[in-house]
Structures are given as structure tokens and as C-alpha cells.
Write a protein that binds this ligand. Sequence first.
Ligand code: NAP
Ligand code: FE
Length: 362
Amino acid sequence: MSTFYMPTKVIMTDNAVINNSELFKKLGNKALIVTGKKSAKLNGSLDDVLEALKKENIDYMLFDNVEENPSIENIMEGAKAGRDAELIIGIGGGSPIDAAKAIGLLIKNPDIQPRKAFWNSEPLETLPLIAVPTTAGTGSETTPYSIVTDHERKTKQSLSQKIFPKYSLIDIKYFLTMPKSVRINTTIDALCHLVEGYLCTHSNQMNQWIAEEGCRLWGQAKEEIYGDTISKESMDKLIRASTLAGMLISHTGTSIPHGMGYSLTYHHNVPHGKATGIVLKAYMAICSEDKVNKIIELLGFDTLNAFGDFIKQGLGDLTISNDKLKEHVAFVSKNKAKLKAHPGEITEDDIYNIYKESLNIK
Ligand code: NAP
Ligand code: FE
């Protein structure tokens, strides 16, 4: 059986925000805008949202302090800033959009403890969300996931609440300001979503069509990812690939590379895309050869090794100690959800070997 569910209306066009201002009015009269510290002010996305709100006479508050890989404490700060908001607007990369999802949940459920609300067994109501993405990486604009940094558990974790944006307004001009390193890390995150979603236990035929098209688009744009600048045409393909990847992982979730990457981000401060991408090739080497060959072909590489070399060229190296390596292996080996996403058995030794092949161990 194949099923597909994607309740977010995605509008991908020039001036998507200003030309669709009436959508904001549909969702409420008082907005909380959630952004990172700088980029939304520099790439024009915040100005466009402010203009749309002004046009529709909507009041707003601004929380512009979302950190990368937002922590629970950072999200609570955002919820405090927007206590009486009726709608949430998340602008930026995955960090502000994920934070916006979690903040909306806390504002709507003020009497529930944040941890209880995030990991409540029953679905809770949340504020409606409009996403305005500015990185072509996480696909958060089309996923129900919000990933938070939990200092108590010393890791990153997805909320059990599933929060799809009501609308995602995607305008290519916001993406063209990404510095090269952010472009590389985030587009490789999208690639991980495509590959992990395609290979994972939960994928079905409809998901695989999406993954295949996403890989094709990513492959057509790949030569420009490492350039100092990128053409509009290639950026457009990468945005489409990452938005499709979001739709894919909405159904499949992510798997082992993401599980392994969370430890590298938490303990070694490695950006999310690099943390997952760095172990991707070694993970693919233990997966179904037929499916891996199909991915490699769609991406336009001759061999898995050529693919691995390409990724390494973009991400560079990472060195960690042997003690840390052992700690991460033990931690990932307990992550039942990620292990379950791998078809077949995956042992502690496999995880050790994937890290070992991907990183420098001192
Ligand atoms: P990010 O943490 O949102 O942003 C990384 C950096 O890029 C920040 O310094 C940000 O600046 C900057 N930036 C963003 N857009 C820019 C632009 N257009 N021009 C210039 N700079 C820009 O990065 P991300 O990789 O998109 O998101 C990572 C987070 O998403 C992680 O927490 C990860 O776990 C999560 N994630 C979520 C999903 C999901 O399905 N929801 C899937 C995978 C990953 P500012 O801080 O100033 O904005
Ligand atoms: Fe990711």
C-alpha cells in the first residue's frame, strides 16, 4: 500500500510573500514573527513579511533571537515573547522554522510544561504557522517535525507533536544570500533526507518517486553547490529538491546518518548538514546495492566512491577522540527509532565502522 499526506499549501514563486498577504489575514490578527539573529534582516524576507502584515493590518511581535539548533530554553524565551499571538511566522533556515513550530505549541498550551507538551502522547492544538524558508536544506517548510536541542538529554530530539505549516511561501531571492558554507551544509542535509528517505524501512512507492525526482534535481545542480556564487537556475533546482525531500521525510522520517549526526552536532558543534553528510557515504555502503546504485545514477555519479569524494570535497574533515567515538556509538545504538528505520539488522560494530571510516580518530 502507498499513502501520501501533505497538508501544507506550498507557494513557490517570485514575491510569494507580498503577493499572498491575504493568507496571513486568514490565520489571525496578531502575529509572532520568529527569526534567527541576522539573516532574515539581510536577505529581504523579514521586510517582505512586515510589508505583507502592514498591508493586511495585522499586529505583530518579533522574536529574532533563535539560535542554531534551538534549545528548549531558547524556545521558551520565544513563547514568552509572543504570549498572545494568534499565528506564528517562521522565517529562516530549519532552526527558526522548527523553533516557530515549537513556540506555537507552547503559546497554545500555556498550562502544560514544555517537555510534557513537546512529547505528549496525544496530539495537542497549536497555533497556525506560515513558513518562509531561506535555506534549501531541512525541508522544515513541508515537514511536521521540529527538532530541539535538549541539554538534559545531551542530544537533539524531534518533538512527538506533528506540526505542519499551513502555508509555505518560497521565494528564491532569499536563498541567494547564503554564504558558501551554509549553502554546502544545508544542501547536503537535503541530500541526506533524499537518500535516507529512499533507503529507509518506511519508504513506499510514492515516496520513492519523490526521492527520485529530488535526486535528479540535486544532481543537475551539484556542480554549482561549491561555487562562490550560484546561478538562479541551480538554486531553484536545489530548493525544489529540498522541498521534495521534506515531503519525503514527512512520511519516512530520517534514519541512521541523522541519528549519528545529532551526536556530532551536540558534542562537537558541527553544523547539522555537515554532521549528517559526513557519514552518509559509509552508511550507503552497507545498504541495498541496487537502491544505492539507483541513487548514484540519478545524482549523476559513476560510482559510490566518486559520490563520496564529491561530498568530502564540500564538507572537509572532522577529527574526534576515540573516547568520544565510543560514547557516540553507544548512544546511537540505543536510538530505537533510527535503528528501526534501517532495513535489516544494524549492529553496534556497523555504527562504529561508519564513524571510523568517515572521521579522523585521534
Ligand atoms: P539554520 O541553523 O537555520 O541556519 C544556519 C545559519 O545560516 C545561520 O547562521 C543563519 O543565520 C544562516 N542563514 C539562514 N538562511 C540564510 C540566508 N538565506 N542567507 C544567509 N545566511 C542564512 O540552518 P539549517 O540547516 O537550515 O537548519 C538546521 C536545523 O534544522 C537543525 O536544528 C536541524 O536539526 C533542523 N532540521 C529540521 C528538519 C525538519 O524536518 N524540521 C530536518 C532536518 C534538520 P541566522 O541565524 O541569522 O538566521
Ligand atoms: Fe536534516
